[in-house]
Design a protein around this ligand. Structure first.
Ligand code: M6R
Length: 608
């Protein structure tokens, strides 16, 4: 999604800060970029379509500056063109914007009547004109911003420079993230921490309906009544390393290699000494709830499906997994006996945030499983379990997904113990397996050659199927999403038992079918379904466990296979996804695609 950076100070050239910051935000996905800086006391705007290097090529048009705002745009209203790129200027106001102004058509009509003319197709230019028009009559900047906030429906984070106040950046936000970062006699704004990590790790989180005036030596923040307020200064724990590839060809590959450490960091929050009682003390108590809703989008939704499978099987609580974009507009059958779990890496996904608010309105207790500390969902949920994935840059999530599944597994183990569904002795063995999990992931990652061979075998195909039953179906869905989002191959996941109800008609000679068979209880049934595809010429790639391989591996129902080590059922889905992530990666690489920033996608989907 869009990215914002702003700088004010005399220690650095604002142009360099803006470009460096925008580059650090490239991972969010964008299709045009622009900056506005003050040169010779006047605002100068440079914008370009496409990548930041196009913008850089045009920057000789402007000189050094001490203040500026920059933006990467991911098109929502209007095509990805230079005219539609930010910053926009109307009258005395220059502005960059993240979010969506929902009532922009209505505002546009009024502004046209006042004589405003618009060059772009964007909602942002309307917001810019609105602020200018209010300012013309109020002549008070903070009152202007407050009034604009009242008039705008939708979400926004703004960085603003007024023509008659060229030493200050103004900011306000509602439902789109914005931070203000602190330097030494210099300050910054940014939509996300990585943008400022080259310069500082100290920052303030601006909340919705707050306003900020930022100069080189002062940051004033006001609440919605325009009273000056004090805000906590936070320190980002990570270093700039997290936004660097560290020698890997792509962030996605680096992040897959981070997985063993992420798994360890995640479970060590709850279990340091391998003592089951620690887990019981540190996990939420589910005994109060009759049912659970898990609400999320994309891969986080797939993690929720694994959670459902585990919780229902081992903890005996019915679980309803919903796509947040559907949940927010449908009738929900929840009450005070429902626990609503929101799963989100970014903690800023607009649909998941809206679902959280709806669940809270209905009086249900909300639990976030979140990566980004201090994100909107993390702050608004009644409680949070953090995954410790660190900064995830590649648009295709890998390490964060694994950690989400791990948290859901730990929640289940805890509840299964308290239900007496598993004994404490059995739980100890499960924890022994948990300790082995990071090394097992590491060993799987090392099987690089196997993934390359499979990738060579399928990368020219146009249609690839993923099949499985039960938890293996949920794993297949994630495997299929990973492949399609980065390789652009049409791939679909199907419940293996459903094939003969329609989909099997698509299988022809050589069609790749990736079959996930890890669940012992249903393995034979899935293998029958695989044989049905094989009989019709499918090129079957089997993902299975050591144990099932010993039992069924000699048969001839597959063409290639990856065998994952035996581990407790709670952690098999974590191991099974690793080969699928790496196969997707190798396929996309062979096809020469932009692996870290696939077309049309954004890392954090902050618009509906
Ligand atoms: O930040 P979130 O976890 O809420 O994001 C949810 C989805 O947008 C995300 O998982 C998306 O599906 C990824 N691109 C998948 O790799």
């Amino acid at each position: 999604m869009c990215g914002i950076v702003g700088y004010v100070g005399k220690n650095k050239n604002a142009l360099h800060v803006l470009i460096d910051g925008l580059k650090a935000l490239e991972y969010r996905g964008y299709d045009s970029a622009g900056i506005a800086v003050i040169n010779d006391d006047k605002i100068k705007i440079v914008k370009s379509h496409g990548k930041i290097k196009n913008l850089e090529e045009k920057l000789n048009e402007v000189d050094n500056s001490y203040i500026g705002i920059g933006h990467t745009r991911w098109a929502t209203h209007g095509k990805p063109t230079e005219v539609n790129a930010h910053p926009h200027k109307a009258g005395s106001v220059t502005l960059v914007h993240n979010g969506i102004i929902e009532n922009y058509e209505e505002l546009k009509k009024d502004l046209r009547k006042q004589g405003y003319k618009f060059k772009s197709e964007t909602d942002t230019e309307i917001a810019c004109a609105l602020i200018d028009s209010i300012y013309k009559t109020s002549n008070n900047k903070l009152l202007t911003l407050k009034k604009a906030n009242e008039m705008i429906k939708g979400s926004f984070a703004f960085g603003i420079i007024f023509d008659n106040d060229i030493n200050n950046i103004y900011s306000m936000r509602k439902d789109s993230p914005l931070i203000i970062a602190l330097g030494d006699n210099e300050n910054y704004i940014a939509s996300d921490v990585p943008a400022i990590l080259s310069f500082t790790n100290k920052y303030i989180l601006l909340d919705s309906n707050e306003y900020a005036v930022i100069s080189e030596d002062k940051i004033d923040i006001y609440d919605n009544n325009l009273n000056l307020i004090n805000k906590d200064i936070k320190e980002y724990e990570g270093t700039k390393e997290v936004v660097m590839k560290n020698g890997y060809e792509h962030f996605m590959l680096k992040e897959i290699h981070d997985e063993p450490k992420v798994i360890e960091n995640t479970f060590k929050q709850f279990i340091k000494n391998n003592d089951i009682n620690e887990l019981i003390d540190n996990m939420p108590d589910l005994s109060k709830y009759d049912n659970i809703d898990i609400v999320a989008c994309g891969s986080a939704y797939h993690a929720g499906l694994i959670g459902k499978s585990l919780i229902e099987k081992f903890a005996d609580i019915p679980v309803n997994v919903e796509l947040a974009s559907e949940y927010r507009y449908k009738k929900n059958f929840n009450n005070e006996k429902t626990l609503t779990i929101l799963v989100s890496q970014s903690g800023e996904t607009a649909d998941t945030l809206a679902a959280l608010r709806k669940a809270k309105q209905n009086g249900t207790y909300t639990l976030g499983i979140i990566n980004v500390v201090g994100s909107s969902i993390a702050r608004e949920a009644d409680s949070v379990l953090y995954i410790k994935a660190g900064c995830e840059i590649a648009v295709a999530t890998t390490k964060a997904y694994l950690a989400q599944v791990l948290i859901l597994s730990l929640i289940t183990i805890n509840k299964a113990i308290s239900n007496n569904n598993i004994s404490k002795e059995k739980a100890k063995l499960i924890l022994e397996d948990l300790k082995k999990l990071p090394n097992m992931i590491d060993d799987l990652i090392k099987e690089k050659e196997k993934f390359e061979i499979i990738a060579k075998n399928i990368y020219k195909d146009n249609n690839i199927f993923f099949i499985g039953r039960g938890v293996d179906y949920a794993i297949s869905m994630e495997g299929s999403l990973k492949l399609k989002e980065i390789s652009y191959i049409n791939s679909q996941a199907y419940a293996a038992g459903e094939l003969k109800h329609g989909t099997i008609s698509l299988i022809e000679n050589g069609t790749p079918v990736v079959a996930v068979v890890t669940d012992e209880n249903i393995a034979e049934k899935t293998i029958s379904n695989i044989k049905e595809t094989k009989a019709r010429g499918a090129n079957v790639i089997l993902i299975t466990t050591q144990k099932l391989n010993e039992k069924y591996g000699d048969s001839d129902f597959y063409d290639q296979k990856i065998v994952i080590p035996n581990i407790s059922e709670f952690f098999t889905p974590i191991l099974a996804i690793v080969p699928l992530q790496l196969i997707a990666y190798e396929v996309a690489k062979l096809r020469g695609e932009n692996i870290d920033q696939p077309r049309n996608l954004a890392k954090s989907v902050t618009v509906e």
